[in-house]
Design a protein around this ligand. Structure first.
Ligand SMILES: *[C@@H]1O[C@H](CO)[C@@H](O)[C@H](O)[C@H]1NC(C)=O
Ligand SMILES: *[C@@H]1O[C@H](CO)[C@@H](O)[C@H](O)[C@H]1NC(C)=O
Ligand SMILES: *[C@@H]1O[C@H](CO)[C@@H](O)[C@H](O)[C@H]1NC(C)=O
Length: 419
């Protein structure tokens, strides 16, 4: 790719690449021929048998598998690591461990937090620090492809966007944890996990059950990502994805989506692979073994409708519910011509918040995060902690070998201060 000049035609490919950033950005160059394939190396562990069995018990921690059912019938898998390996000191509330819910971002599942050696993984670190750790897996991911009446092979199973993660998935997970522990919950999100947290708290959905929120690589506005991608990109994605894939499963590992991405890149006349570090930002601190594990386990599916909703967020530069594409259809669904917005400033001003964002993150772009932080200018000053990590990009926050010292210990301190 020819250096610094960003041609408009390149932008179409870039949009796609952004959306599959994990699949591609972490792929070592020598293994790049096929999506999700590894060549010539022993196969790293997969999640066969469940996340607890494959990725928590092996490190000597207790772990429980839980299923929760959302109000619209999806059956979501969760993991609970009730205590640390060392029987570490209890935190707060007369010895009761405080629950933390860890929520992953788009195109991955909870296992993405468990790919480094044990002492570098966020869920295990928090368990060792005395927390009752829960991990969510949103609808459509590997262990949450279940529904009371629908099957993933049916289109109706994929008829949702992050609006439904806000309305159904998060409430189901919060209710479950709250009913078992009787305690308020510390929330920790990465990327899309932050977006659904912000959206939810802005609608005052979970505010009676949330104790605090730590937001890593926070996203809510994506307009500066747009300056890299171009408005055409998002529009092109909406039109082409709908016509080629339809409103069904978006599986980055499948032939249709993979072929679709290649076709778009071809059309733009570029080699998608060479653009990757331009797009996600240059992750400073990833371990090659961890990347192999990541590629054996991720990316996970989402719905095409969700991808389209995200494209709308890029294109429209604001945070609204899914746009059905015409005033009439929006009126039919929402009773108004324009989809309702999420008002970030309406998040209760006394909710303790911790932000951590990276100087090299091209998805949670610094300008967008600063705009987001601006929405909190009336937040109680002593309820806001903001950390800027100059050399971090998007994936460093979940897999960086230095993340324990740079970010996770600060998160634990933030949670404990509220004990
Ligand atoms: C990278 O991961 C491997 C396998 O888990 C581990 O043995 C090695 O110590 C890790 N390297 C660093 C720098 O953490
Ligand atoms: C998708 O859900 C909407 C309501 O959220 C409904 O109007 C529409 O008929 C559903 N489509 C399918 C294919 O299930
Ligand atoms: C958003 O919420 C804030 C705080 O409640 C309020 O002052 C503002 O008017 C709201 N904005 C919109 C567009 O509703």
């Amino acid at each position: 790719m020819a250096g610094s000049v960003m041609l408009p035609s390149v932008s179409i490919c870039m949009a796609l690449c952004v959306f599959i950033f994990f699949a591609l950005s972490l792929k070592p160059l020598e293994a790049r021929q096929t999506f999700g394939m590894l060549s010539g190396k022993p196969r790293p562990r997969t999640a066969a048998g469940g996340i607890c069995a494959s990725s928590v018990h092996i490190y000597g921690y207790k772990c429980e598998e839980h299923d929760v059912v959302t109000q619209d019938g999806y059956i979501l898998n969760m993991q609970r690591i009730p205590e640390g390996r060392t029987g570490a000191a209890r935190t707060g509330n007369g010895g009761k461990r405080q629950p933390v819910l860890i929520q992953h971002g788009i195109l991955v599942d909870g296992m993405s937090w468990l790919l480094n050696p044990a002492d570098q993984n966020l869920p295990l670190i928090l368990a060792d620090q005395g927390f009752d750790v829960w991990m969510g897996n949103t609808r459509g991911t590997r262990f949450s492809r279940r529904h009371k009446n629908l099957d993933p092979s049916e289109r109706a199973f994929w008829n949702w966007t992050w609006d439904e993660l806000v309305s159904y998935d998060l409430p189901a997970m919060f209710d479950h944890i709250h009913s078992l522990t009787g305690q308020k919950i510390h929330y920790l999100g990465h990327s899309l996990g932050t977006l659904i947290g912000f959206a939810s708290f802005s609608e005052k959905g979970l505010v009676d059950k949330v104790r605090s929120a730590a937001m890593l690589s926070p996203i809510a506005y994506l307009s500066h990502m747009t300056t890299v991608i171009g408005d055409i990109a998002a529009r092109s994605f909406i039109a082409e994805a709908t016509s080629i894939i339809g409103l069904a499963e978006f599986n980055p590992k499948s032939g249709i989506v993979g072929g679709f991405i290649k076709a778009i890149c071809l059309k733009a006349g570029v080699d998608c692979y060479d653009l990757i570090s331009v797009i996600t930002g240059k992750n400073c601190c990833l371990n090659a073994s961890t990347i192999d594990l990541f590629l054996a386990n991720e990316p996970q599916s989402t719905s095409t409708k969700n991808m389209i909703h995200l494209s709308q967020t890029v294109r429209d530069k604001e945070l609204r519910k899914y746009n059905y594409g015409s005033s009439d259809r929006n009126i039919q669904h929402y009773g108004q011509a324009v989809p309702p917005g999420y008002n970030i400033s309406a998040i209760p001003h006394d909710l303790p918040l911790f932000f951590s964002y990276g100087g090299l993150d091209r998805l949670a772009d610094v300008k967008d995060v600063e705009f987001l932080l601006d929405q909190f200018k009336f937040h109680d000053v002593n309820k806001m902690s903001v950390q800027f990590v100059k050399d971090y990009a998007h994936a460093d926050f979940i897999m960086g070998v230095t993340a324990k010292d740079v970010v996770y210990n600060q998160v634990a301190t933030f949670f404990k201060r509220l004990a």
